[in-house]
Ligand binder design. Structure first.
Ligand SMILES: Cc1ncc(COP(=O)(O)O)c(C=O)c1O
Length: 378
């Protein structure tokens, strides 16, 4: 029996998307910038997808820019905003951002920008009052992850966005883990920019989007990183990946249709698994609980077991999960996210994550719990 519990890393492309991508590759291979029939047909595919992606977040389709995925969207925001200023200014990011935001921030910091890292509590939550206090005269961007990838914590994005709006500061959120799992409505959510990646919700890898609020566009808040053919309204030059974009659109449409039912199904499975694991001594849950946690997300550390060895043992038993620590130059690096949440180096080295998805059912949960008991309580 093989069980995939690493949907936070990537999801299997859904069969409907594979079929559509193959069809589009066969029959819509024209360059969308061309003026002839072939080009027009590709443009129609792209525009349909733009509507589908926009609908998933209740946006105007004008605001959707196709990119190669979450990393590019995050970089476009961090570097694109910075490039609008001739001299270094101030930005605020949370202490638990994905590296696609954290490393561009560090790059800017090394070049004289002032970066403030908004602290989080032990659940991984930022405090909106801290944000209010930290915004300065020269703050040009705030970027706070919507749902944290390692611990599943969902931030109070509405409050954070409102604070930025009141202070007239641009607000970006990386919604890569949240899309398709929690409802996102940019008409009521005060966000200026939002990052999306298709492979986290059953689209293909290497395609994603950046949502830009009309105000952001009007104010010319973002400089493009790629210059060339001026595709995607000049924000992202380069011939679009038509087939992958079509797949992203379909994945978005299906995610929207299934969101409510699938989220409540996954929440039940997640809570059932937490319940079945509760009697394992020394297995400690990390991150938030209930409403402020992603419906498909479980995370732990074990007081005695090396996290990476645990991931390997689970893999031998046919179950795919992931570890928060990384191997760098032969040494095991603790998860920087757990360290920022106040966990010790040992705990942060041994963190593990289980992320559920469409292919998981009750029997997978039961079996996973049995295997974890066998490994952790021999
Ligand atoms: C929160 C978050 N942001 C950004 C990314 C990067 O997305 P992509 O793999 O599409 O570049 C990931 C991927 O794991 C993520 O979890």
């Amino acid at each position: 029996m093989q069980i995939y519990l690493d949907h936070g890393a990537t999801t299997p492309t859904r069969p409907e998307v594979i079929d559509l991508v193959a069809d589009v590759m066969r029959s819509h291979w024209g360059n969308p910038s061309s003026l002839h029939w072939w080009g027009e047909r590709s443009t129609m595919v792209i525009e349909r997808s733009r509507l589908q992606v926009a609908s998933l977040i209740n946006a105007d389709s004008e605001g959707v820019i196709f990119t190669s995925g979450g990393t590019e969207s995050d970089n476009m925001v961090m570097m694109g905003v910075a490039r609008q200023y001739p001299t270094p200014q101030h930005m605020i990011i949370s202490a638990v951002e994905h590296s696609a935001v954290r490393l561009p921030a560090k790059f800017l910091e090394d070049r004289g920008w002032d970066i403030t890292y908004l602290e989080v509590d032990r659940q991984g939550l930022v405090n909106p009052r801290d944000l209010e206090r930290l915004i300065r005269q020269n703050t040009v961007l705030v970027s706070i992850i919507m749902a944290q990838n390692e611990v599943g914590t969902i931030q109070p994005i509405e409050k954070l966005g409102q604070i930025c709006r009141n202070a007239n500061v641009l607000f970006h959120t990386d919604a890569v883990q949240a899309i398709g799992k929690i409802k996102i409505d940019v008409q009521s959510l005060p966000v200026d920019m939002l990052s999306i990646s298709a492979h986290k919700f059953y689209g293909t890898q290497g395609i994603g989007a950046l949502y830009l609020n009309p105000l952001t566009t009007q104010r010319k808040s973002l400089a493009p990183l790629t210059l060339g053919g001026s595709q995607e309204r000049g924000y992202r030059s380069g011939t679009q990946a038509v087939a992958a974009i079509a797949g992203l659109g379909l994945a978005a449409e299906l995610a929207e249709q299934e969101l409510e039912a699938e989220s409540s199904r996954l929440t039940k499975l997640r809570d059932r698994l937490y319940g079945l694991l509760a009697d394992i001594p020394d297995l400690i849950p990390t991150g938030a609980t209930g409403e402020t946690r992603l419906p498909n997300h479980l995370s732990f550390y074990h007081k005695n077991m090396d996290g990476r060895n645990f991931v390997r043992a689970m893999n031998l038993a046919g179950i795919a999960i992931s570890s928060g620590s990384a191997c760098s130059s032969g040494a095991i690096e603790p998860s920087p996210i757990l360290l920022k949440m106040g966990y010790s180096e040992f705990e942060a080295k041994n963190s593990i994550r289980l992320t559920l998805g469409k292919s998981n059912y009750e029997e997978d949960i039961e079996w996973t719990a049995r295997v974890m008991h066998q490994i952790l309580c021999p």
